[in-house]
Design a protein around this ligand. Structure first.
Ligand code: SF4
Ligand code: SF4
Length: 401
């Protein structure tokens, strides 16, 4: 099949890639060593040489829609072998970063998440929001209780209360006494729905685009897109993603697999904890704080420690590995994940030490970190997990081996 692209260099896109960590893209002289060195590039139309030439010409349409950019795990093997110091691994990372911004809506939010000058705003808005909710919770608890009683009466067998802290909790450190669980839920449930809708809209375009690109470039002989078969392929690659098989195929940065797995499994653990706590509270009427011997507490603590250690190792390796470019986007997500884990652990430790004001302070930081994770998930580097999973599923579907 012939490949037809109108070569219209986009100088703005070249500048964007350079600002996102792809400074070296013009150094490439197309020797193809990188495509040979890459341990995971498919034999049919391998990467990253072809992406390097497209990047140096600023062919935005060819790159953003290219599913292959998501197959790369940024191991750096190609960068080590490149005779020109063109760092193709970093250029592909820059293209992925630009693709996330391109597919996410609204664009203004995507740009704000990538702009360091907007960081005070991104942190300040949730900080002010949760401070306001804390003032209402602590200052107007009695009034809110009456409003709740008026609205819900004996609904759910009298389990609907303003405060979700257990009985006598006004005398203990219970975070529902600082920011009501209702306020936490009416903040995070809509945010989670918002992130899901943004991803859904983005993936609708993304799947069609990577398929059209694969057909146009002769990477697949499946000209029509079978969504059911694609879903099966996505399901097939999930065990490989969980085991981080692709990371372990790398040469120079093989050890990245362990901290990545720690963070991934920590999030899975925290998701289970949140779901179980929600069921215990809204169905069983069993409010926290839960005793330390409760198994759900063990899981929460193990996941919290794994999150702190895993993200801490990633931060350390970014600080010490001078050969790999670390952009603002990398620091943003690493900072959010580390702050999320650490503030959660410190909240718990301060509660056990019975220092209420300190525990509530760390809980406030924790809520700000969760807000940043949820609200900006489709725009931050964390979006990789979604796009890469779909692209790997598509590669399986298209028989790109
Ligand atoms: S990026 Fe480096 S290794 Fe790859 S084709 Fe260009 S010069 Fe060769
Ligand atoms: S960074 Fe690693 S996975 Fe990505 S293209 Fe280079 S060798 Fe392949």
């Amino acid at each position: 099949m012939s490949t037809n692209y109108l070569a219209q260099p986009d100088l703005g896109f070249i500048a964007e890639l350079r600002s996102l960590g792809g400074e070296t893209l013009k150094k490439c002289y197309q020797c193809a060593t990188c495509s040979v060195a890459c341990p995971i590039a498919p034999e049919n139309s391998p990467f990253p040489r072809k992406e390097m030439i497209a990047a140096s010409w600023g062919l935005k349409d060819k790159l953003i829609c290219n599913g292959d950019i998501w197959l790369c795990h940024n191991c750096g093997d190609c960068t080590d072998m490149c005779p020109r110091g063109a760092a193709p691994g970093d250029v592909l990372a820059a293209i992925r970063s630009a693709a996330i911004t391109e597919y996410a809506t609204p664009k203004s939010l995507a740009k704000a998440v990538n702009d360091p000058s907007k960081l005070p705003l991104l942190l300040g808005i949730p900080a002010a929001w949760f401070a306001l909710l804390a003032i209402i919770t602590m200052g107007f608890g009695g009034t809110m209780e009456k409003i709740f009683h008026f609205l819900f009466g004996d609904a759910l067998g009298g389990r609907l209360h303003w405060s979700h802290a257990h009985e006598g909790a006004e005398h203990v450190i219970a975070h529902a006494n600082f920011v009501s669980t209702w306020f936490v839920d009416i903040t995070f449930v809509p945010l989670a729905i918002f992130a899901t809708v943004v991803f859904f809209l983005a993936l609708k375009r993304f799947i069609v685009d990577i398929h059209n690109n694969a057909v146009l470039e002769g990477k697949t002989d499946k000209t029509s897109l079978d969504y059911k078969a694609l879903l099966m392929s996505i399901k097939n690659v999930i065990p490989m993603i969980l085991k981080h098989n692709k990371f372990t195929q790398c040469g120079s940065n093989k050890n990245r697999a362990t901290p990545h797995m720690m963070v991934l499994f920590a999030f899975i653990g925290l998701f289970i904890v949140t779901a179980v706590c929600g069921i215990m509270l809204y169905v069983g009427g069993y409010a926290g704080p839960y005793p330390q011997l409760n198994p759900i507490k063990w899981l929460a603590n193990i996941a919290g420690v794994a999150l702190v250690i895993g993200s801490g190792i990633m931060i350390k390796s970014r600080l010490t590995n001078k050969e790999q470019i670390t952009t603002y986007k990398d620091w943003f997500i690493l900072g959010v994940v580390f702050a999320l884990g650490l503030s959660g652990m410190l909240t718990e430790m301060a509660r056990l030490a019975e220092i209420a004001w300190l525990s509530y302070f760390f809980y406030w930081i924790h809520l700000i970190a969760i807000f940043n994770l949820f609200a900006f998930l489709p725009y931050s580097k964390m979006a990789h997990i979604v796009y890469r999973t779909v692209a790997m599923g598509y590669a399986d579907y298209a028989n790109r081996k």
